[in-house]
Design a protein around this ligand. Structure first.
Ligand code: FAD
Length: 392
C-alpha cells in the first residue's frame, strides 16, 4: 500500500509523522523537506538561539536516529515541485516520483519580502529558516546597530535579543500601534513600554521608504518622515506568506493559503493541508475563513489528521488557539483570539504579572497573560468548554 506522504517537515509535518507512529499507524510514512537538515523548531530562532546560549541540536525536534527507529522515511534537501493527482504521486525537483495513499501539504509559510529599493543589499535579513538565524546571530555579534522593520512578534523578539546583546535597536512599525490585529491595546502598550524602557527606539506610524546602502551593503533605513535610521543590520519582519503555490499548481483552490474543509481536507479527498499553509472555513461573516501561524495550530491540526487517518473519524476539527512570546525575560501567553473585542478587563498582581481578558458582548474571546501561566491555562480551559458547549 502507498504511504502517507507529508510535504514539509516543520512543526506540522514533523508532528504528523510522530503522531501517526505514536497513535498506531502501521503503513508507510514519508516526510519530505526541501531544507537540507534535520527537522527543527522555529520559535527558539528569534529567542534563546539569538541570545547565543543554544546549539544547533537544541532546536532539532529529534536526533537522526529517531526517524529510522520510528520507520519514518525522512527525505531532506528534496523539493516537491508537482502533484499528479490522477496518478496519486508527487514529483520531485530531480524528476523522480513517489506515489502516495494520502498526501498532506505542510508547506508552511515564508517571510514576506519588503519591496523597497535596497531590499537585496548585504545586511538586510529576514528570519524564517535556521540558516538565517545562524547568519543573523553571527551578524549581531559584530554589529553595533540594528533596525527592525515591522513590530510583530518576530520583529520584537529580535529587537529584544539585540538590545540584550547591547546593540542600538530601532523598531519601525507602519501602524500607529504595535500588533493592532493580534493584541489588545493594553497589551500592545505594555510591550511598547517594555521595549522603550530597555532603550529600544520604537517608532510607530513609521513607514519605510528605502534601504540606504553603500557599495552594496546596508547603512540604514530611509523612512517617510523623512528620516535616516543608521543600521549595520536591517531585520525585515513584515509577516509571512503561505506556501500555497504547489497546491495551486495542481488545481486545488487557494486563497492566501490552501483551502480546506472542517476535516482539513482540500478539494481532493486524497490530499489534506495543515499548519501555516492551510486556510480553514469560518468563523467570520465574510466567509474568508482563517489561517493561523502558530505551533499550537500546526500541532493540533497534525494530531487531528493523524487521528482521522487512523480512525476514519469525521468529526470537525476544532481547537483553542494559543500562542506565546518572550521578550526581556517576560513571557506573554495568549489564549484565544482577541480580534473584535469590545471590552477589556485587567487583573493585575504586579506590573510584570497580569492578565488582560478580552470579550465581546460578554463572551470571553481571549486572555493575554504576562508571567501568569495559571491564568493562561484557566482561560484555555474556559474557551475549550465554551467551544464544546460543556458550559464549565
Ligand atoms: P513551517 O515551519 O514553515 O514548515 C514548512 C516546511 O515545509 C519548511 O521547512 C519548508 O521549507 C518546507 N516546504 C515548503 N514547500 C516545500 C516543498 N514544495 N517541498 C518540500 N518542502 C517544502 N509560533 C508560536 O506558536 N510561538 C512562537 O513563539 C513562535 N516563534 C516563531 C519564531 C520564528 C523566528 C518563526 C519563523 C516562527 C515562529 N512561530 C512561533 C511560528 C511557528 O514556528 C509556525 O507557525 C510553525 O513553524 C508552522 O509550522 P508548519 O509546519 O506549518 O510550517
Amino acid at each position: 500500500e502507498s504511504p502517507v506522504v507529508i510535504v514539509g517537515a516543520g512543526h506540522a509535518g514533523f508532528t504528523l509523522a510522530l503522531m501517526l507512529r505514536t497513535r498506531g499507524w502501521e503503513g508507510g510514512v514519508v516526510l519530505v523537506s526541501d531544507e537540507d537538515e534535520l527537522p527543527y523548531q522555529r520559535p527558539p530562532l528569534s529567542k534563546e538561539y539569538l541570545h547565543a546560549g543554544q546549539d544547533e541540536e537544541d532546536t532539532r525536534f529529534r536526533p537522526a536516529s529517531f526517524y529510522g527507529e520510528q520507520r519514518i522515511e525522512l527525505v531532506v534537501g528534496a523539493r516537491v515541485v508537482g502533484i499528479d493527482r490522477a496518478g496519486r504521486s508527487v514529483v520531485f525537483a530531480d524528476g523522480t516520483r513517489r506515489s502516495f495513499g494520502h498526501l498532506v501539504l505542510a508547506t508552511g509559510a515564508r517571510a514576506r519580502e519588503l519591496r523597497v529599493q535596497g531590499h537585496d543589499a548585504d545586511g538586510v535579513v529576514s528570519l524564517r529558516a535556521r540558516h538565517e538565524a545562524v547568519d543573523l546571530r553571527a551578524r549581531l555579534s559584530v554589529a553595533r546597530s540594528v533596525a527592525v522593520v515591522g513590530g510583530g512578534f518576530i520583529g520584537l523578539e529580535v529587537a529584544a535579543a539585540a538590545a540584550d546583546l547591547g546593540l542600538r535597536v530601532t523598531v519601525l512599525e507602519a501602524q500607529p500601534r504595535l500588533m493592532a490585529r493580534s493584541l489588545s491595546h493594553v497589551m500592545a502598550e505594555h510591550l511598547l513600554a517594555l521595549h522603550r524602557r530597555a532603550g529600544v527606539d520604537v517608532r510607530l506610524s513609521s513607514a519605510v521608504d528605502a534601504i540606504a546602502t553603500e557599495g552594496g551593503r546596508v547603512t540604514g533605513v530611509l523612512t517617510r518622515e523623512p528620516d535616516v535610521v543608521p543600521a549595520d543590520i536591517v531585520v525585515v519582519g513584515v509577516g509571512a506568506v503561505p506556501n500555497d503555490e504547489l497546491a495551486a499548481s495542481c488545481g486545488l483552490p487557494v486563497r492566501d493559503g490552501v483551502l480546506v474543509d472542517a476535516q482539513l481536507l482540500t478539494a481532493d479527498p486524497a490530499i489534506s493541508a495543515i499548519g501555516d499553509c492551510a486556510r480553514l472555513p469560518g468563523p467570520g461573516p465574510d466567509g474568508a475563513g482563517y489561517r493561523l501561524e502558530s505551533v499550537q495550530n500546526a500541532a493540533d491540526q497534525a494530531r487531528f489528521v493523524a487521528d482521522r487517518l487512523i480512525n476514519g473519524s469525521t468529526e470537525p476539527y476544532w481547537a483553542v488557539p494559543w500562542f506565546w512570546t518572550e521578550q526581556f525575560g517576560q513571557k506573554l501567553q495568549i489564549a484565544g483570539l482577541s480580534a473584535g473585542y469590545d471590552e477589556l478587563r485587567t487583573e493585575r498582581a504586579r506590573d510584570d504579572k497580569f492578565s488582560v481578558y478580552c470579550s465581546r458582548g460578554g463572551t470571553l474571546l481571549a486572555c493575554e497573560s504576562i508571567n501568569a501561566p495559571g491564568d493562561h491555562l484557566r482561560a484555555r480551559k474556559a474557551l475549550a468548554a465554551a467551544l464544546t458547549g460543556s458550559g464549565g
